[in-house]
Design a protein around this ligand. Structure first.
Ligand code: GLC
Length: 814
């Protein structure tokens, strides 16, 4: 006989939630509460706060009180904004010196307008349903393009796509239909013609951005929590990126070694193998700064341990590696093995550091070590505990940590922690469902802060798989488990370009691909490209063919050596771009649309990128291919390899046999090149050559460059221990002038005696350089001051003593 279960409501069909969506209704009144303007509506309210003249936050709330605290993504903002309000019968207008926000009183929709009243965007009524889902739609005119959203698959322009933000570890994930990956950056940049603005939904639960299904509108929504939205004004794409990073933070300058080449494998199995690997790099003269230890270094996958059989002497190993200029980065996952004899677990239980269910039981889940508990990083005291545990590594000389599985990833059907697991959240408890996307970032924050306190003033390095908006403040990001597919190599370009536009400049994929099997050709092509990615690591999975640079014979090895070497030679330029990212928030690896926003050919250009402003990289990403189409934007572009000049604004066919990756430098661009080193932070020689491309003896030729230098390891630059060299190049009818000066604040002195300049492919033949003797190239190479003209390469070399007060030379034209 059945009980009442026979008439369970779900037997009669599900309730139509669609019919239950509610909207705010009409505006009923305005109040001011400190910096916040509270707009009361019939069924809900909105709090409006201007953070700057160009950034405004609108938070929807129910009830009388609004909670204006933010997630950890948003930095405290200082300064106040002058806002003029104007109320009319049908509208309420808030004006700053840059934008106007207009509330339609009847519909409670918001428009963002420029000062001339041109609508930048309109948010239609926000609506919500009883399950706590909230969404709003925004107008999407015909000429819309979309960027940002962090780590997503598909092409550069996200128009026609739909994405979910829910940090997820999906094996084999880099396919176009995947909606959620390891990182969640709920920032969408909308470009309309020449105007760009951003929408940042600060919600660490599940969020959705749909630019596919709603015709002339796109929607932004969340599954739990608050609709807490920031409008970020442009008008330029660069303004949006720089304002978004002012809001969520910018990278700290990484230690220089972290910008070098990294070698990894799941796993280098023992101490001997690691040392042998390091010796091979040095013997083969392939530059390398870091070797990774994947999960097998641990004692049965217990974090903060070494396996005593495979790694009997970690300290000795570390010392030997250090003498070779190579560092170790061990993996640290969040899962702590449930083991009554394991001190980290004991301490975590005893001191109440693990995530619990509401009923009080510790939440357990399965990962590499078997059944494990998970630290609750939403509690500051737990983060401090976790950070402190890293002394185990730092006392061995370790300065970098790799955070993985921190979505958090679990071996169960949902792939993560139970949604009803509870986070203490520093006294404001919330469910995992509401905070999921913050877990990985808070783990990396705890790690970064722990290391910072333990390294005696050295800069730490953290690599993470999972993250949320603001992750750039604590860690570099790699794009997770890709495969050794040509398609995944191609995909890494738009993915990392959009990460850069989403505030994460320090990013890159596993070079050569993680799963599946690489070939020599794939590794050669991928390393050519990867050598110019901000984060540069070769990593591969167990059971795949070996992927170290020498694994595919001499020809591949030679190409890999050449391109990794190129990365090291370009280190001064690269480091400079890291400093720009740290100061201005701009990406290192840039989509062309960032520099040429009005050029329709680049709005979805996904297979080329710029390193900074002037170095254009066009990788070959298909097998058996020795030509490719390259788009050159406006200007004259000089082929890096041949010196040939091409007029831009058109497509060209580049010849690219296996040893060549097409690269072009804009005429008027300047690149700083250093010496080839085996470790990036080898302080022995800071010799630098400033290459000036395509100089012309005409009044409209102007070029400038600023070279930032510091010790590359300490935080002393924060007190001004750094050096900034400014170079200006100006042409006129019969001369070209070079003038340079230092801003060293007297403290950091690069290790070099001379300064070298080249004029590559100038449009003239030089006849003399003021104050300098004509010399042979050999004499210049031997350190003499002077100048030489290399007819074959069409290159003028100039060498001068490097003096603190700078200098000036004038080149006369034959
Ligand atoms: C995950 C990581 C991968 C790592 C492996 C073992 O799949 O993404 O990089 O090698 O775990 O730790």
């Amino acid at each position: 006989m059945e009980g009442s279960a026979a008439i369970r409501p779900d037997k009669f069909g599900v309730t139509d939630v669609q019919a239950l969506w509610k909207t705010v209704g009409a505006f009923i009144g305005l109040q001011q509460d400190g910096d916040a303007y509270i707009c009361r509506g019939e069924k809900a309210n909105a709090a409006i706060v201007f953070l700057t003249d160009d950034v405004v936050r609108i938070k929807l709330f129910h009830g009388d009180q609004v909670d204006l605290s933010t997630t950890v993504a948003v930095l405290p903002q200082v300064g106040s904004v002058q806002v003029i309000t104007e109320e009319k019968d049908d509208s309420l207008r808030f004006r700053t010196s840059a934008v106007q926000l207009v509330l339609d009183k009847r519909t409670f929709s918001f428009s963002l307008e420029d000062l001339a009243g041109r609508v930048i965007t309109r948010q239609n009524q926000v609506s919500w349903n009883p399950r706590g889902e909230i969404q709003a739609s925004y107008v999407m005119p015909e000429d819309s393009h979309f960027y940002g959203l962090g780590e997503k698959t598909s092409f550069l322009d996200k128009r026609g796509e739909r994405y979910t933000n829910w940090n997820t570890d999906v094996y084999a994930p880099h396919v176009p239909e995947i909606e959620a990956l390891y990182e969640s950056i709920p920032l969408l940049i909308h470009m309309l013609g020449e105007y760009s603005y951003g929408l940042f939904l600060d919600n660490p639960g599940r969020t959705e951005f749909d630019m596919r299904t709603h015709g002339e509108a796109f929607t932004v929504g969340c599954g739990t929590g608050a609709y807490d939205l920031y409008f970020i004004n442009g008008p330029h794409l660069k303004d949006v990126v720089s304002r978004y990073t002012a809001l969520t933070g910018r990278i700290e300058l990484p230690p220089k070694w972290a910008i070098g080449y990294h070698q990894s494998r799941y796993s280098y199995m023992d101490q001997q193998e690691v040392l042998e690997l390091a010796r091979t790099f040095r013997a083969k003269q392939i530059p390398c700064d870091v070797i990774y230890l994947d999960i097998h270094y641990m004692d049965e996958y217990r974090v903060f341990t070494f396996d005593p059989v495979r790694f009997p002497d970690p300290k000795g190993m570390m010392e030997e590696l250090k003498s070779m200029g190579i560092r170790i980065i061990p993996i640290v996952d969040p899962g702590v093995k449930k083991d009554a004899k394991y001190s980290v677990y004991q301490e975590g239980v005893r001191e109440n550091h693990f995530v619990r269910k509401l009923e009080g039981d510790i939440f357990f889940g399965e990962v590499w070590p078997g059944i494990s508990a998970f630290p609750d990083f939403t509690e500051d005291r737990t983060s401090a505990w976790w950070g402190g545990l890293h002394r185990y590594y730092t006392e061995l000389g370790i300065e970098g940590i790799w955070n993985d599985m921190n979505e958090p990833a679990l071996f169960n059907e949902s792939k993560t922690m139970d949604l009803d697991a509870m986070h203490g959240n520093n006294g404001k408890p919330l469910t995992h469902e509401e905070l999921h996307n913050l877990y990985g970032m808070l783990m990396s924050k705890a790690t970064y802060e722990g290391l910072t306190g333990q390294l005696d003033g050295h800069r730490p390095f953290v690599l993470t798989r999972a993250g949320y908006a603001g992750i750039q403040r604590y860690a570099a990001v790699w794009t997770g488990d890709n495969r050794s597919f040509w398609e995944h190599m191609a995909l890494a370009m738009p993915m990392v370009m959009n990460m850069g536009l989403s505030g994460i400049p320090f990013a890159g994929p596993d070079i050569g691909g993680f799963a599946h099997h690489a070939s020599g050709e794939l590794l050669a092509r991928w390393t050519q490209m990867g050598a110019f990615f901000p984060y540069c690591r070769n990593h591969s999975a167990m059971g795949t063919v070996r992927q170290e640079p020498w694994s595919f014979g001499e020809k591949t090895e030679e190409i890999v050596r050449e391109y990794i070497g190129l990365r090291y030679r370009f280190m001064p330029h690269l480091y400079n771009l890291f400093q720009v990212a740290a100061k201005q928030g701009l990406p290192i690896l840039r989509p062309l649309v960032l520099e040429y926003p009005t050029d329709p050919n680049v709005s979805n250009l996904s297979d080329q990128f710029l390193l900074g402003e002037d170095l254009l990289i066009a990788p070959v990403y298909r097998p058996d291919t020795d030509h490719r189409v390259v788009y050159l934007p406006a200007g004259t572009w000089i082929d890096y390899w041949t010196g040939e000049a091409h007029e831009g604004g058109r497509h060209i066919l580049a010849h690219a046999p296996i040893e060549i990756m097409p690269m072009y430098v804009r005429a008027g661009g300047i690149l700083a090149e250093g010496t080839l080193k085996q470790s990036a932070d080898d302080p022995a020689n800071d010799a630098v050559t400033l290459h000036i491309y395509g100089a012309a003896a005409s009044a409209d030729f102007k070029a400038s460059y600023s070279l930032y230098e510091d010790d590359g390891v300490s935080f002393d630059y924060r007190q001004g221990t750094c050096s900034e060299l400014s170079l200006n190049v100006e042409g006129n009818a019969d001369t070209v002038q070079l003038s340079w000066s230092y801003d060293r604040q007297g403290k950091y002195q690069p290790a070099r005696e001379q300064l070298r300049f080249t004029l590559r492919q100038p449009s003239f033949v030089p006849s003399g350089v003021s104050g300098l003797n004509h010399r042979s190239i050999d004499e210049l190479m031997a350190g003499e001051a002077g100048w030489a003209w290399d007819e074959a390469c069409q290159e003028l070399l100039i060498q001068v003593a490097d003096q603190a007060d700078g200098g000036k030379v004038s080149i006369t034209v034959a």
